[in-house]
Design a protein around this ligand. Structure first.
Ligand code: SAM
Ligand code: SF4
Length: 387
């Protein structure tokens, strides 16, 4: 299985390399930026052909977007997100950043260093006590330009209106299947079906007026790939945005090893053949490539972290529920334990300096991944990292 993982990841790495070959001006753009300096030892270790190609990688995006995992717990156990058959050790509530600590970090550390866009995720964010109040507090910072949430939707029917009233406007809801049986299998549900309650949550979010309303789909071969066209068709009559996410070997590498993943290119081909597909004029700030079925009200996004390289477009960092700041999803280096620093009395000015330092290192950390690849093992699942 390790070999299969390695092969899949090397496909991604070679795709990254070929994109790098097509890139332009990375070196020219990085004059004066020590972290992207090809004289650094890690750069000299690369093979000369690859070194030549990545020397022209495009300039990185500004990093102003923080994904906040508000809680590591979840009321679902999605096959692709959690390891099969293993007990999950959740953090105790004392280990989470408290509301006060999180708001202090945002106000005195993240906003001053340039973060203005925030997403609350998890685990399942709607399980966190006082989530509506937390949303209200983050929305009320004058510097907050964008606040969004990713949820499994199970508790959304009742919470959609209060969340909207508190200032949340954008929401992503995970919906991997339109078939209740398949859905329950994916989320690891054994009791009464949970599909309808999630669907009701989506309808409530639509009625309340969330815009954009995005539906996240992780495609797993042999599990929900036969539903691609039905899921894509949801965008025809409603202004919903379906985002197909390539399955990553984070969380359940065993399932990944058994099933593999479907590339965005394959999905686009299927959808294009059935409905036609045009590039959408709507362009998000994130990693999705956005398309549209001709005449549809909504859009189709493809997030292709396995088959394509979008590290040059990366504009984000992640904060875990227990306060670790992580600069790169696919790379576990460089993380800062902000909670411990805060609890041991370190001054916010010093925390700002550390975060600035990490921001400066981020291009190299992203880049290092292209050099080394990943061993395919991650200490944390997506629910812990904050997907
Ligand atoms: N519980 C919420 C939900 O499911 O929307 C928020 C947290 S979840 C970790 C955030 C996103 O990560 C979801 O859209 C989920 O599908 C995605 N995700 C989790 N594990 C993944 C994996 N192994 N590969 C790709 N996407 C994954
Ligand atoms: Fe929970 Fe979301 Fe992970 Fe599913 S994807 S187990 S809903 S955190």
């Amino acid at each position: 299985m390790a070999e299969e993982l390695g092969a899949a990841l090397s496909v991604r790495l070679s795709a990254r390399r070929s994109l790098a070959e097509g890139g332009e001006g990375w070196l020219a753009n990085s004059i004066g930026n020590e972290t992207q300096n090809p004289a650094r030892p890690w750069f000299r270790k690369l093979n000369p052909t690859y070194r030549k190609s990545i020397a022209f990688f495009p300039k990185m995006n500004q990093v102003d977007y923080l994904r906040i995992s508000s809680i590591d717990r979840c009321n679902f156990r999605c096959q692709y997100c959690m390891p099969s058959g293993e007990e999950i050790e959740y953090m105790s509530q004392q280990q989470w950043l408290s509301d006060e600590e999180l708001l202090l970090l945002l106000k005195e550390v993240f906003i001053p260093v340039g973060f203005t866009r925030f997403r609350l995720t998890g685990g399942e964010p709607l399980l966190r006590p006082k989530m509506v109040e937390l949303v209200g507090a983050i929305a009320s910072f004058p510097e907050t330009q964008d606040l969004s949430m990713t949820t499994n939707g199970f508790l959304l029917a009742k919470l959609a209106q209060p969340l909207y009233d508190a200032g949340l406007r954008r929401i992503n809801i995970s919906l991997d299947s339109l078939d209740p049986e398949t859905f329950d299998r994916i989320i690891g549900n054994r009791g009464r079906s949970r599909w309808q309650q999630v669907w009701d949550g989506i309808q409530a979010a639509h009625r309340v007026g969330f815009d954009p309303l995005k539906l996240n789909v992780v495609v797993i071969p042999g599990v929900n790939d036969r539903e691609i066209l039905d899921l894509a068709a949801l965008t025809i009559d409603k202004q919903w945005h379906v985002r197909f996410i390539e399955f990553m070997p984070i969380g359940n590498s065993q399932l990944f090893g058994d099933k593999g993943w479907v590339s965005s290119a394959e999905l686009r081909e299927q959808i294009g053949e059935a409905f036609g597909l045009t590039t959408s004029s709507v362009r998000g700030n994130g990693p999705a490539d956005v398309f549209q079925i001709p005449g549809a009200k909504g859009t189709l996004g493809f997030i292709s972290q396995m088959s394509e390289c979008f590290c040059d477009r990366c504009n984000r960092m992640r904060l875990s529920a227990d306060g670790w700041l992580r600069p790169c999803l696919l790379n576990e280096t460089g993380q800062i334990d902000l909670k411990t620093l805060l609890r041991t009395g370190v001054d916010p000015a010093e925390l700002r300096a550390k975060v600035r330092q990490l921001l400066a290192l981020k291009p190299e950390i992203n880049f290092k991944q292209r050099d080394s690849g990943t061993a395919g093992t991650y200490a944390r699942t997506m629910s812990q990292i904050g997907g």
